[in-house]
Design a protein around this ligand. Sequence first.
Ligand SMILES: *Cc1c(COP(=O)(O)O)cnc(C)c1O
Length: 392
Amino acid sequence: MSENQRFLPFSLPDITEQEIQEVVKTLRSGWVTTGPKTKQFEQDFVAYLGDNSLEAIAVNSATSGLHLALEALGITTGDEVIVPTYTFTATAEVVRYLGADPIFVDSDPVTYCIDPACVEAAITPKTKAIIPVHFAGLTAEMDNILAIAKKHGLKVIEDAAHAFPTKYKGKLIGTLESDVTVFSFYANKTMTTGEGGMLVSRNPELIKRAKIMRLHGISRDAFDRYQSKTPAWFYEVIEPGFKYNLPDICSAIGLVQLKRIDEFQQKREALASVYQEALKDLPIKLPHYESKEMGHQHAWHLYPIQLTNKASITREDFILKMSEFGIGCSVHFIPLHRHPVWRDMYQLAPEQFPVAEQLYQNEVSIPLFTKMTMDDQAYVIDAIKKVLGASS
Ligand SMILES: *Cc1c(COP(=O)(O)O)cnc(C)c1O
């Protein structure tokens, strides 16, 4: 490292004095767990999605939201749920929580999202649901997936951990015709509550079930008990539920982040378009994005590039060299079929997933976060050119 070495992490949360003050107010209010801030956060989230037929329930992670969604849809032992191999393990693990089997399928080579043709080929009499993932913030081909689901009577649970706010043909993800959509507010996602998630659905039965299961299977939550006229001490447990509620301390952060989400999206998009232009003549395959004229909007959670075979360097060395410039990179994803748990449980081999394999071998996610300055980005671009042996 040289003496004037910079350090640019792969990602950083964008927290201002506003979020800090909102948390401080919550701490001083005396109500720190799920209560008024969380209710407000849920209402504001639906308001942002702009569709009053939706209901949102806040949860302590997208993983717990996906679990609640599948449970509420009745997924159980012996069922099969189709998931992309090119995702984070949470997408598949929740299927196992219920004793069902995740069925791993390959990705589309353009969007890197689940390939509808592979979905259709994987359907068996045991198939109950599909979990498309909007990789990096770009949508899966939802018209096709919803049509396949309709034809075969399958549920659709969107893993929208990367996709807030993403639009598909003019509609925000969360407002499509799928059964339920789950967002993540993990520290490095497009907005954060530290840890957290939001489950969104139009199905009142699903929402009712998920609300009960979110808090121990209790028929009334703590805040209802506190507010209601029936004695606060009385409650009934009607199911062996979970502990997945989002505390008000987290929702306080979320309320402010949600107000800033359009600004975040614009910043991410601006950074992405600078990358698209600056990196276009290098031995790199740039991420695909759909044109805005079609009503698409990319959330740009990630900026995934692929080194082409014209690059003079391996992906591993590229990441190493970037770190010598003090720049953090990552890989999204190590496909699930490569992780011991899934590989061994379902006897998965790389040859079954040629697109995901090819992606995985060459993919690097380079820094893209709202607190990056233009100067930071110029530094990253310059480093990439040097690492790839192109003059700057
Ligand atoms: C981050 C992530 C999740 C899990 O989100 P948490 O809020 O951390 O539980 C699920 N799916 C995908 C694709 C993710 O990237």
